[in-house]
Design a protein around this ligand. Structure first.
Ligand code: NDP
Length: 399
């Protein structure tokens, strides 16, 4: 069908690239472009020989002109941004300049402020619409599949959804006392921030990790989970009509939390630059350099993830509850694509989204979140491409 330019070559990108190569009818040609070209070349070496033609390029995605030049040279149908949230706007600018469709898995975050929200990217709506191109925002698992699940529940199971609880459980064990499952800098910025949830049309803020619940997860067992702010709360709060409350919970083990607290207490999670031996360094970036690379966790991680949404609302005048979720096995992912389940559950939806935009099913000029499109082809593709979903009509509710 066409060509995709994939920007970034880390944990998530590696899964996207493997999945594009499995889906060579759609992805006839891909170019892998990232800051460290060696990583792109290594993946190309591993995957060359299949039907998808692979090329690589060195790219600094902070430089709009460089991205434009690469797009003009490669002429992709879509740019899949799986670099870091800091690069979202430069890549969107380059897509506008070249009239190329765009998608990503995380919303823009300025490097010097730990604050993420959609406003910066939603501000591109008119320009994308006028240019006749699509930007699809936040299409990993959460955000991403959680939005697809919400649209599916709305379309097939409810007249009104009043409550959504998004539960993200990682029951995996990598054997290290402390490591993060995706980019450590982004992960620690997310979990050390204040929590919040959306209720009756406004944000309710909590202290970091203030709200804790226990939940029994299918395939994993009983886990402690904590309320976090998360980006899809913002778009679902707007796009799901009649919604009264949306919360997001993520599980954390005690060892992770104890280490994080200690690192916070000594200042290692700060993003304020400090002077060290005559050089400016950001403590969190230094911490990232000494922590295990998330890409290296795959071979050691055992156990499963379980991510999904519990919906409560009304159907045909009666109260109804509905739980949609996916269980993913770390070791199975590693066998298939050489990555652990956190990268896998993000990379597979990114490939599916790119496929739907390229095929025209999810193509609409403007800037959109996933729940604004028809969920059915996406739900079908999840079953086909490695993330089958389960449903429960009588789930245990979160107090
Ligand atoms: P990694 O740190 O493993 O990979 C990031 C990649 O981007 C690296 O290859 C890095 O290059 C490259 N990169 C960084 N800066 C630049 C730049 N200026 N120009 C070009 N390339 C650059 O991160 P992950 O793969 O774990 O995460 C990727 C994205 O996925 C993030 O935005 C993350 O927030 C998001 N994510 C979304 C989830 C979801 O469910 N929606 C879940 C998990 C992650 P180098 O190799 O040189 O460091």
């Amino acid at each position: 069908m066409g060509k995709a330019l994939i920007i970034g070559c880390g944990g998530v990108a590696s899964v996207v690239i493997h999945k594009c190569c499995q889906n060579s009818e759609v992805f006839e040609e891909i170019c892998i472009a990232s800051r460290t070209k060696e990583k792109c070349d290594n993946l190309k070496k591993k995957l060359d020989g299949g039907k998808t033609k692979i090329s690589t390029a060195k790219l600094d995605a902070n430089k709009v002109e460089d991205i434009i030049a690469l797009i003009q040279n490669f002429q992709p149908d879509i740019v899949i941004n799986v670099a870091l949230p800091y690069q979202d706007l430069t890549i969107m600018d380059a897509c506008l300049a070249t009239k190329t469709d765009y998608m990503d898995t995380a919303n823009y975050e300025p490097e010097d402020t730990a604050k993420f929200e959609y406003s910066w990217q939603w501000a591109y709506r008119d320009r994308f619409e006028k240019a006749g191109i699509t930007a699809l925002l936040g299409c990993g698992f959460d955000p991403g599949v959680t939005g697809v699940f919400s649209a599916y529940a709305m379309k097939h199971h409810f007249d009104e959804i009043h409550y959504i609880d998004i539960l993200d459980c990682n029951g995996g064990d990598h054997g290290y006392p402390f490591a993060t499952n995706f980019n450590p800098e982004i992960n620690i910025r997310e979990v050390s921030a204040k929590g919040s949830y959306w209720e009756d049309g406004k944000w309710v803020e909590t202290e970091p990790m203030e709200i804790k619940r226990s939940y029994y997860f299918d395939g994993v067992g009983e886990k402690e989970m904590y309320l976090l702010h998360h980006e899809e709360l913002e778009s679902l709060g707007m796009n799901i009509k009649g919604i009264k409350r949306i919360r997001f919970f993520m599980t954390f083990g005690q060892s992770y939390l104890t280490h994080l607290k200690c690192l916070e207490n000594v200042g290692m999670t700060s993003i304020e630059p400090i002077e060290f031996e005559g050089k400016q360094i950001v403590p969190l970036q230094f911490l990232k350099a000494v922590l295990p690379d998330p890409a290296s966790l795959g071979s050691r991680t055992k156990g499963k993830t379980n991510i999904g949404c519990i919906f409560q609302g009304i159907k045909d005048g009666k109260e109804k509850t509905y739980y949609l979720y996916n269980i993913c096995d770390h070791e199975e992912c590693y066998k298939e694509v050489g990555s652990q389940a956190v990268s896998y559950t993000t990379g597979v939806p990114a490939m599916i989204a790119a496929m739907l935009v390229m095929s025209g099913k999810w193509k609409r000029p403007g800037v959109y979140n996933v729940e604004e499109f028809d969920p059915d082809p996406f739900m079908e593709a999840l079953n086909r491409w490695g993330l089958p979903w389960k449903e429960n009509f009588h789930p245990i509710l979160v107090p």
